[in-house]
Design a protein. Sequence first.
Length: 193
Amino acid sequence: MISGILLAAGTSRRYGANKLLLPIENGAVMAVVAARKLLAAVDNVVVVVHSDSDRLAEQLQQEELNMVCCDTAAHGMSESLKAGIQATSGAAGWVIALADMPMIQTTTILSVSQQLQKGASIVAPYFNGRRGHPVGFSAQHQSKLMSLAGDRGAWSILEHYPAQICKIDCNDPAIHIDVDTVADMQRISNRFS
């Protein structure tokens, strides 16, 4: 079973408000759009939220998505990632996605998931030679993922094990597009409209 982990416990400091609650596609908020795409590509999804994200939790509950609260999210993205891994510890692998990257094509996410199902150790999509999101890890990396610290997420594992990365070339520039500012939001809103 391949599980999806959607990291949605950030503080949106650069944006100034909880950007994950902004409607972007037919009234659906950013986090829900990202979760739907992830759910279409994996066996199950857990969304990691911060414990004070009541409004976001309500939106996700309406979609009947599994959630886990991460009280230590302020210590960095790795804390959210570890909470997601713990909640899905029986998985054969994980596709790890960011909730502020809702433009990624479902086919890209599915390609990552399929490579994990075929036995790949680490999977990452590439566009124009640059690695992007989401990334996939087989269960053999669980202890490494659980030992991460700080705000770099799982990038350190990718850097330490480059020979294990199954590279997926994709025609999806959105693997590099996240929403950090109001200007970013305006750009993606234009694409959804």
